[in-house]
Design a protein around this ligand. Structure first.
Ligand SMILES: [Zn+2]
Ligand SMILES: [Zn+2]
Ligand SMILES: [Zn+2]
Length: 282
């Protein structure tokens, strides 16, 4: 079965450009340096049978869904509840309406679900007296694989400072954001992944994120054929960094689509120039 991951966003928590910054990357006219907050859309299968799973609900989710041309999804996976990964939760209502008002399945670690219930109490309040909100069908996972819309999803626990974050493996694809360390038992769970998206914040070490050298080393340990980096900050200029990376590693960017096709080949689909973010505004 074909499995695609579309970069809905590839930027760090502030997005790039960052408010108030006039560095060369934030001021760049290259659309590949424009980064909404990190998120991917898994598209599994094709045609009417395609299953669309959204990983994280960023503050940019409305724009991300509009530009991806997506009005309905089959479920939501939450990596963790830092603001850049879940503060778009209210905007899921558009996808709830687009999906025929069937409560949206949302999967998270138990502590992440608790955190969402605190931050978005009204969404989880069955007595909330206003119709214009998303209805969710929440579920929790821990270490074991689970079924979401007929797709087997394997959660992979990684370390993000003092907290844990869920990576997600589907078949030979995996998405791992916000981590400074992938522990050995999780490397083992990722063996056989051929196509990986992985956190790489910047060149220099960071206490809660992978640096570019850490990320390359981790991808080598996993043994994937191709890796694309995400959650990128304004230290990394797209073209300059790609020129120094090995052939099998690249910076991801918004709207890039990478997939394992039905016949097992890995495909990389670049967006048309007209689909890229314009030079100044979004
Ligand atoms: Zn983040
Ligand atoms: Zn900057
Ligand atoms: Zn985080």
């Amino acid at each position: 079965m074909r499995i695609e991951m579309e970069f809905l966003g590839s930027g760090t928590s502030s997005g790039i450009p960052t408010i108030g910054c006039d560095c060369a990357v934030c001021m760049s006219s290259n659309p590949l340096n424009k980064r909404l907050r990190s998120s991917v859309l898994f598209r599994i299968g094709a045609g009417d049978d395609e299953r669309r799973l959204l990983v994280d609900v960023t503050p940019d989710v409305r724009m991300q869904m509009l530009r991806a041309g997506v009005s309905s999804i089959h479920g939501v996976l939450i990596t963790h509840t830092h603001a850049d990964h879940c503060h778009g939760l209210d905007d899921l209502r558009g996808l709830y309406w687009g999906g025929g008002r069937v409560p949206l399945e949302l999967w998270a670690y138990p502590e992440s679900l608790e955190s969402l219930k605190q931050t978005f109490a009204y969404i989880f309040d069955a007595d909330y007296d206003y119709k214009g909100i998303v209805k969710l069908d929440p579920h929790v996972f821990d270490q074991e694989p689970f079924d979401l819309a007929g797709i087997e999803v394997l959660p992979v626990q990684v370390i993000h400072g003092s907290m844990r974050v869920a990576g997600f493996r589907i078949g030979e694809c995996a998405y791992i954001t916000d981590t400074n360390e992938v522990p050995p038992e999780s490397i083992a769970k990722l063996k056989g992944v051929r196509l990986l998206i992985l956190d790489a914040l910047r060149r220099a070490p960071h206490p809660t994120h992978m640096s570019l050298p850490n990320a390359l080393e981790t991808a080598e340990k996993i043994g994937c054929e191709r890796v694309f980096f995400t959650h990128i900050n304004h230290d990394l200029e797209h073209e300059a960094i790609n020129n120094e990376l090995p052939e099998w590693a690249r910076l991801g960017y918004d709207r890039l689509r990478v997939a394992i096709e039905e016949d097992g080949t890995i495909s990389v689909t670049e967006p048309a120039a007209s689909d890229l973010p314009p030079p100044i505004s979004f």
